[in-house]
Design a protein around this ligand. Sequence first.
Ligand code: FAD
Length: 520
Amino acid sequence: MLTEINLVLSPRDASDERYYKPLVAKYLKVNSDRITGIQILRRSIDARQRNIKMNMRFRVAYDETFPDIKLSDFTYQNVSDKKKVIVVGAGPAGLFAALRLIELGYCPIVLERGKSVEDRKKDLAAIHKNRLINPDSNYSFGEGGAGTFSDGKLYTRSKKRGNLKKILEVLHFHGAQEDILIDAHPHIGTDVLPKVIVRIRETIINSGGEVRFSTKVNHLLVKNDKISGVRIESGEEINAEAVILATGHSARDIYYLLDSQKIEVEAKSFAMGVRIEHSQKLIDQIQYHNPEGRGEYLPAASYSFVQQVDGRGVYSFCMCPGGVIVPAATGDQQQVVNGMSSSRRNTAFANSGMAVEILEEDLDDFKEYGALAGLKFQEDLEKLAFEKGGSDLTAPAQRMLDFVKGVSSSDLPISSYQPGLKSSAMHEWLPKHIGSRLQKGFKKFGEKSKGFLTNDAVILGVESRTSSPVRIPRDNKTLQHVRVSGLFPCGEGAGYAGGIVSAAMDGERCAEAFYNMKLE
Ligand code: FAD
């Protein structure tokens, strides 16, 4: 007999088959030794009450052999002699577009300004050692894109727009842990994701596609509103009848390039703020309602806050339990922070972005930049934060409660941010439409979650790359640029995704849109 059952278990009982097998047997009213196999299909934590519960779904076989079920299985055909499609950017959007093109019988040529994962690691080490940012190889640029060295959270609110299950299965097929297919809030971790990215590269190359590193696109070849290829920095021109443009939201030069080539871009709302860091122990105590913290069987706890403040959303973003804060700038004179964690999420720190929604009306001083006003605002604030930190990637920082009260911090707690912190009166220099909303938002979060608003927590400036301030407009149906045919604006940089999984889904959609265009 093969069956599926739901059980609500304690964290200990859910942690190991030797604990849950007798409970499964009891539920099915069979003797334990009749059970031939148990597979976990779904796992989520219910931490609403003091008594934490695990909601589990199992597939169970008894009195018959457990079937051999492949969790993920994909075949990628050889496309070396097929029509070529250019994919600019090897982030999740570009890589998943390339994989999908192969499935559909087209040959992707992936052009990436940054280096391979292996070489990129050396440039990240250099950021910490010499405080120098390579503008083409850093925490945002290079193989795998912005999420390669991250927490690797794999959930999205935009499930409707694509096949989330398939994205997870493709990642699993390329080496991600089985847990991502089971957990309600899956994450990969920065120790695993780079290896997965390398295997995706191998799939593309073994199928006859190309992946070219240190290949920066600096011109789009467009004639009579039709794309015919791209020019790269060396001057070489590469031709194809379609270009999937998946350059991410940090590639500001691409927006300036499109603007200079008179290819329409438009302003969109976005969000900016700070990154906050608490001790993980405190977050565990709060979220699991237990002064002892998370104990032996629960993972590092996460949180999520959202609050309307003076007509704008203030919210936590990209929370990294057991993680570290990293310098995520992509150029000179920029102070940008972000977070990452390993698969085990086992540092003593919990960090999260805290962002405030920014609308066009907040950018009156930047009107002259038209559609690029938000971009200019971002650039200016990152430069100011860089100077406030001492112009060497040290982060300007303030204790949380001091920030809310509007007083400077005389000292700072220890932090995971390796380049170090410098006390700064952030309440004075953050733009008021961000700073004052964060102050009010933090108060509200403290009311919702006792202990969260504390001077043991510290805020670091600035969390400026939460979303793109620019959209590259495309037709809803064909996904091609509203004027330039054959150009597929894709992923986060084009304004159609916000995270690893939604970018990957958009990559697949663009590949499919190209395929549909060919069918017509
Ligand atoms: P990107 O990943 O930005 O990829 C764009 C690629 O294009 C880059 O590799 C870039 O080098 C390349 N490129 C740019 N310009 C050019 C050019 N002119 N020529 C050639 N190539 C070019 N999201 C999550 O969902 N979960 C997380 O846990 C998470 N953590 C993060 C942690 C950090 C430190 C950072 C920086 C981001 C994190 N994100 C996370 C966000 C996530 O990484 C992005 O949403 C996602 O990577 C966007 O995918 P994309 O493919 O659209 O763009």
